[in-house]
Design a protein around this ligand. Structure first.
Ligand code: FES
Length: 158
């Protein structure tokens, strides 16, 4: 009479209780920041801005901003550029798009700016197509780069 063993060793591959599956070696998160050997991700593109005075020449200011990060009104305020005429100085809405007093003219680089908003379409209906509201205009789209020339206070241009 044959006696069955207490244990049997099964040769099939699915019954093994301890089966280790080799895994890929884990990489630490932010490995590029730990050893400093790799370059950080590329910087956003830059938009070069040039601001002309109300007469279309004279006090030119040049600056640069990261594409898609700033509204034109904020760029002008940071650079202490006069944006408003007399009425706008007293009555502007603070960048809400409701007063229509922050008008600029884009002489070059219109394609590098955001599309006109409904507030701009409303306030600039009868104005030249190159006029924009600075508080509604985003400079760049995070990927484009180039040069934008802005005429301040185009209402005063003769
Ligand atoms: S600041 Fe009022 S519309 Fe731009």
């Amino acid at each position: 009479m044959a006696v069955s063993p207490a244990f049997s060793i099964c040769q099939c591959e699915f019954s093994s209780p301890l089966r280790f599956i080799p895994r890929k070696k884990a990489r630490p998160l932010f490995s590029n920041l730990q050893d400093g050997s790799e370059q950080p991700s590329s910087e956003p593109a830059a938009i070069e801005l040039e601001f002309l005075g109300p007469d279309g020449k004279g006090d030119v200011l040049k600056t640069s901003v990261k594409s898609g990060e700033k509204v034109l009104r904020n760029v002008m305020r940071e650079n202490k550029l006069e944006l408003y005429g007399l009425y706008g100085k007293l009555m502007n809405c603070g960048g809400g798009g409701s007063c229509g007093t922050c008008i600029v003219e884009i002489l070059e680089g219109q394609e590098l700016l955001s599309q006109p908003t409904s507030a701009e379409k409303k306030h600039l209906k009868q104005k030249p197509g190159t006029w924009r509201l600075a508080c509604q205009t985003i400079v760049g789209d995070k990927s484009n780069a180039g040069r934008v020339v802005v005429q301040r206070l185009p209402q005063k241009k003769k």
